[in-house]
Design a protein. Structure first.
Length: 114
């Protein structure tokens, strides 16, 4: 049973920073990629950032230059460093792991507000 455990969400003022973590466990197979989606109220879920097993990264345009995704392969853990946060970054952030199918974390709330 694959499990993804997220941490690091919270309330932050505009311009602030947060770091999200997601640890995967229970997989018998290699993880092909991990990443983060987010969903704001009334909006569709969107891919924020992903990192492959080879270390390639992709970001949605709106976070380029502000967010950085990284991973610790030995720990099956992915991180999302979020800097210069804006109110429009407010959403529930979901971690995922692409193995034989996508597995999802429970979601962590990020609120950017003064």
């Amino acid at each position: 049973q694959v499990q993804l455990v997220e941490s690091g969400g919270g309330l932050v003022q505009p311009g602030g920073s947060l770091r999200l973590s997601c640890a995967a466990s229970g997989s018998q197979f290699s993880i092909n990629a991990m990443g983060w989606y987010r969903q704001a109220p009334g909006k569709q879920r969107e891919l924020v950032a992903r990192i492959t097993s080879g270390g390639s990264t992709n970001y949605v345009d709106s976070v380029k230059g502000r967010f950085t995704i990284s991973r610790d392969a030995a720990k099956n853990t992915v991180y999302l460093q979020m800097n210069s946060l804006k109110p429009e970054d407010t959403a529930v952030y979901y971690c995922y792991a692409a193995i034989r199918r996508n597995y999802w974390g429970q979601g962590t709330q990020v609120t950017v507000s003064s």
